[in-house]
Design a protein around this ligand. Sequence first.
Ligand SMILES: *Cc1c(COP(=O)(O)O)cnc(C)c1O
Length: 413
Amino acid sequence: MKFNTALLHGDFRGDKATGATLTPVYQSSAFEHESAEELEKIFNNRAPGFSYTRISNPTIDAFEKRMTALEGGVASVACASGMAALYNAFCNILCAGDEIVSSASLYGGSIDLFRDLESFGIKTRYVENNNLEEFRAATNEHTRLYFAETIGNPRLDVTDIKKLAELAHSFDIPLIMDNTVATAYLVKPLSLGADIVVNSTSKYINANSSAISGVITDGGKFKWDTEKYPGMKDFKKFGPFAYTAKLRNGLFRNTGACLSPQNAFYNSIGMETLGLRMERVCDNAKTLAQFFATEYSDIEVNYPGLAGSKWHNIATEQFGDKFGGIITIRTGNKKRAFGIIDALKLPLIVSNIGDTKTLVIHPESTLNVHSTQEEKETAGVFDDLIRISVGIEDIEDLIDDFKQAIESVKDVY
Ligand SMILES: *Cc1c(COP(=O)(O)O)cnc(C)c1O
């Protein structure tokens, strides 16, 4: 099946019990069983079934199956947020004393999370994305994983997943990719050698900013060395499901990171149109980026779909002719950036991305407010920068609106 058909017609479809065309919202914390023996089996992973929604739930299970199919993995775990998913994805395999080597071009929340992990004795070494020599040099006997974003938010650099996965595997460590900005529409990181993929499904998957959530999808291929990952010892018997089995029976249930069934339901609805929306969003973003590039010599536009982008070649190699929905522009100074944002009539000033509507934000004063100056610079965040998450509006209206906003502050700044 091709992309859009697969979103609709996988084995996650409908509800076997009732014939409902979408798995309904099973708004129940716990599930009743006929006998003590039956519940014992479920708790001991010896029979399928549901016991308690903190561990699993039919509505959430249906959404997880859709995500597994979308990313081409073996199993997924849905969490209450993208940040909960990232925390669980990392800490499922880390112990005090372990180290992470990460691209420095990250979402601000991930930089904050890595700082929190330092209190537990887990150190993160940041390197320039795609600089394999830097990745190699930062790797030592304590390194337990590599991490990068497919498209860095908001730097918009594009990770060469295949090369990074090869390097990680040469050290017998996994590559974890955050695929939130690119989505599986542009690329499936597991198919290029990544081992685990995390999505903040609050964004493009959800579609309408109606629910916060995040999903971890395991590719099932990584061979866990139990010397390096001692926690995996008890789970090796699950074969390709070892990582997910450890997560669901451990940190995920013990931190109470579960998603609500209602939010899983919203996401299952939203993701059915992922392909249609991404196609439109990518086309709109490219046209808008070209508009900035050709019309304004005093505005610097960053978009991997522009031939002038440093990451255009690797983006083309991995994505083909679509480059995602995020653009950043540098306006020269913070006052002009604020002026343009305030003069826009259509885009919403909000802190997320991936909505059907166009969204704008000034990341330096918001998302990255906890980052140090150096962290901001390596993450591509400057005080004159506006991030635009392009929506599915008619492109003529978007261009007209940006034109009037830029014109309206021309004489002021
Ligand atoms: C939004 C985002 C997150 C965090 O996801 P939440 O659902 O907001 O917790 C992580 N990574 C990237 C790239 C994001 O854009």
